[in-house]
Design a protein around this ligand. Sequence first.
Ligand SMILES: Nc1ncnc2c1ncn2[C@@H]1O[C@H](COP(=O)(O)OP(=O)(O)O)[C@@H](O)[C@H]1O
Ligand SMILES: [Mg+2]
Length: 445
Amino acid sequence: MLHLSHPPTTATLSSHHIDCALGSALSTDRSFALGFPMANNFPTASFSSSTALKQHTTCGASPESCNTSHRKHDLPIHGVSETIVGVLGGGQLGRMLCQAASQMAIKVIVLDPMENCPAGALSHCHVVGSYDDSVTVEEFAKRFSVLTVEIEHVNVATLEKLEQQGLDIQPKASTIRIIQDKYLQKVHFARHGIPLPKFMKIDDPESAKKAGDLFGYPLMIKRKRLAYDGRGNAVAKTEEEISSAVQTLGGYDHGLYVEQWAPFVKELAVIVARGRDKSILCYPVVETIHRENICHIVKAPANVPLKIKKLATDVAYKAVSSLEGAGVFAVELFLTEDGQILLNEVAPRPHNSGHHTIESCFTSQYEQHLRAILGLQLGDPSMKTQAAIMYNILGEDEVATNLTGLICYRLSCLQGEPGFLLAHQLIGRALGISGATVHWYDKPG
Ligand SMILES: Nc1ncnc2c1ncn2[C@@H]1O[C@H](COP(=O)(O)OP(=O)(O)O)[C@@H](O)[C@H]1O
Ligand SMILES: [Mg+2]
């Protein structure tokens, strides 16, 4: 059973003594101040209860060890152990980022509203708070010399403000702004000549009907914002189904648009890394198979002709070139029957389709993201194994046992649920497969 948990909620203020090893954090009934190490010239933070903010940290670092103020901007290789990276979001991607960071002695501090978020246990420090709340993001972000994201649904207006004040955010806030709104994303990529399914904004039943007349059925209706794992999509198979599909998405007021149905034969994805010097490296094209809109299987490399791989890589390269900032980006693509590649969407961060790179590539997408945002040389993205498969277990009773090579199992179940028992059975079977690696995110429901 899969539990997605990035609720961008603002927590309420709780007045209690906060023991923060990151700095010294004290709270009173009315306010608290966090003595975080400072980056550059930002003043010490102080929150008042009126901000309805609860922010506390869970970490084991000493205050001294977190001092970022002396970090050089032209980061030398020997400087990585002094480096602290701030990450908005503490999900499974953040967790794996922490794993890669620990290998290079880079400290990662995450901001996530969930006390027991997947990255919490592995991060240098976990600040409990909302990445959608401007005060929280501001107080968190300005403590680091480099800030990045593992989820795009963050308070981007605050990031833009901080960027203007000189904060180093990678990728750039402008990129996060474009990507967090799927419609804006489509407009941006269309302007840059990237092939994509036809699309148009819909505001009311008339414009939706017009879209149906223009694009035909089935019609893909999408929410512009806060969409993930298919939760912002609804399909209208006929004109009559438009209104129920729109209702599923919360109505026109939520901000909707439609896409022409992409008659794809395969879904492909390319992880693209871009350094601070704008150099770009692409990972091998993979095939993604979705089940109920959730990435279920990733086959690396994709079993498609070389010319399709080249075309997919070209589209991905061009798409990422049009965005600003460093990091890894995931480009989701459709392969149509007539050999066209259409862009579906881009994520400005590591991605589920790149989990396999941990075991199968010379440089994992996570290490690459850190290298990119810190201005280190990018690593070799090519595969060191002939093939790899990522199998995302969503609680079903099946597992392929005849696969060779790498298998990464992503499991996420609640103790006590039938899925939990099943997950353990599956782990047991996976452990018996030579070359298989189990990844357990420990994701709470
Ligand atoms: N225009 C489209 N035509 C056909 N299928 C689509 C279209 N857009 C999305 N899908 C299907 O829905 C899945 C989820 O859509 P996507 O927009 O990527 O949402 P999410 O942000 O939830 O990943 C895609 O991986 C694809 O299988
Ligand atoms: Mg998608």
